[in-house]
Design a protein around this ligand. Sequence first.
Ligand code: PBG
Length: 339
Amino acid sequence: MTVTSEPATLRGIAAAARGRRLRRSPALRALVRETRLHPAMLVQPLFVRAGHEVREEIGAMPGQFRLSADRLASEADRLRRGGVRSVLLFGLPRTKDAEGSGAWADDGIVQQAVRELRAADPELAIIADVCLCEYTSHGHCGVLRGEVVDNDATLELLARTAVSQAAAGADIVAPSAMMDGQVAVIRAALDGAGHAETAILAYAAKHASAFYGPFREAADSAPTFGDRKSYQLDPANGREALREVDRDLAEGADMVMIKPALPALDLIAAARARTTAPIAAYQVSGEYASLVAAAERGWLDRRAVALESLTAIARAGADVIVTYFAAEAGAWLREEAVR
Ligand code: PBG
């Protein structure tokens, strides 16, 4: 038997193929890391409700709270300490009606929250979600004609909502109702009302996803009948999702969002290859809840899976990530940066 200087298993492997050379130490790995999360790319969703000094934990989203407007300043403070510069606001109105009129009331819950946050932190980037489902008695994202959500009648109400949010001081409005033409109508209404500087983040590719379950508990927005499949996208459709991205950009969206995030990494990557506009991804309530639940059972490491999933979303091509982990992840990332 011949003795060789090389183990048999490595015979024939080219010298250049030794990938482990650059994985040997933390410094080498950090040197060649391709994707780096930064707290400034994270957006924290906040649920705002009426009342005073309310901080109510959401059952299916441990660690997330419904806050009254007077608790927002301290929340903004916590975010700033973690380096997170942006929030996405959802409102729970005191009362609901068939049209969802609470969405565009000047003293509506989100409008109040925007003013409160603007006063507390003038530098915060404030995004307001534009949809009717939290405000309608039937829980659908638009007004009804019989049992059908009336697309064109809804557009006017979404436009009113966006204008009132812009008037309150929102930097960005984010239409999520999935009505056709919503971006164009909102752009025209904002410009007409003197809010040409307010940006639009379009929920362009929003799938009818079962991962929104915990959100509907948080925002009390589950439809009382039927589902959202006649307006949200079929999760099976990727090309159609990209068509929505194209349309929203053509209608004047400044940024486009893909949602949910981890189940749609392919679409984040495809959208990234398609446009130079900023791309946002929304790691939704069910994505958060499933990781948190497994971590609570001791089955997953909360911090590790949160950061790994956020990194995967960024690697796929998202510039901006909306995530319920934002505040926490911001603090983790700051901690890692000083190590
Ligand atoms: C409003 C809206 C929803 C979400 C964001 N905006 C709920 C829905 O479409 O049912 C879901 C966010 C999440 O699950 O975290 N239409």
